[in-house]
Design a protein around this ligand. Structure first.
Ligand code: SF4
Ligand code: SF4
Length: 215
């Protein structure tokens, strides 16, 4: 079944797919399928000291693609007799919890051995660095981890911290259950400075500068 789900996800456009048992249940689910799509190199190059319209539109398209893949994966799992819940690529629990979703996608991606969380707070895939967007499918279908969890590989680099115009990146390795960047500062800066592009919902500078991307 895992092989079938992976093939389906890849056929639909996923660039990375992983499976994991969660450390604790989330919304009653013990397992997760992590899905990622790679962003366009050429589009990321259009980000300079501010995001571009091309990046904003590309970001939204990537989210739509991920949501479609997660939806189809969920249906396949349901057809096999298990429960599944697709978690949208761009998730929020509403006004009172704007920076939190059901489960951070990067948590499932890391547990699936697809990469690690960088000092930027972004997920860095072993194949594409931070040039990926993620979605997750929660399920009660037992799946097996195919890859070991990877250690953070940022080393002494602090390029994302230095480049962040909001001062939102602490420049530290992520600690369990603790954020290594300030999402409120990041969001406030985007809303104040990039309002004309997607009403301040994207930036992308920390993605652009990361040397793990090999742009
Ligand atoms: S998206 Fe922009 S403002 Fe937010 S952390 Fe990254 S560089 Fe800083
Ligand atoms: S820019 Fe450097 S420190 Fe930041 S996430 Fe990338 S490798 Fe890690």
């Amino acid at each position: 079944m895992q092989k079938r789900l992976k093939t389906l996800a890849e056929t639909l456009g996923a660039d990375i797919v992983g499976f994991c048992k969660l450390r604790k249940t989330v919304a009653g689910f013990a397992y997760a399928v992590s899905i990622g799509v790679k962003l366009s190199d050429a589009t990321l190059k259009t980000i300079d000291t501010a995001p571009s319209f091309m990046y904003f539109q590309h970001y939204r398209t990537a989210n739509t693609l991920l949501d479609t893949i997660a939806f189809r994966i969920s249906r396949e799992i349901e057809k096999a007799g298990f429960a599944a819940m697709p978690i949208a690529a761009s998730q929020s629990l509403g006004k009172n919890n704007p920076y939190q979703g059901v489960l951070p996608h990067k948590t499932a991606a890391v547990l699936s051995g697809l990469g690690f969380v960088g000092k930027s707070g972004l997920f860095l895939s072993t194949s594409y660095g931070s040039k990926v967007r993620l979605a997750t499918v929660l399920t009660d279908m037992p799946v097996e981890n195919e890859l070991p969890v990877i250690k953070n590989g940022c080393g002494s680099c602090t390029l994302c911290k230095n480049a962040c115009p909001a001062g939102a990146i602490f420049g530290e390795l992520p600690q369990e259950n603790e954020r290594n960047f300030d999402p409120e500062k990041c969001s406030r800066y985007m809303k104040e400075h990039f309002q004309d592009i997607g009403r301040g919902s994207v930036c992308g500078i920390c993605i652009k500068v990361c040397p793990k991307n090999k742009l």
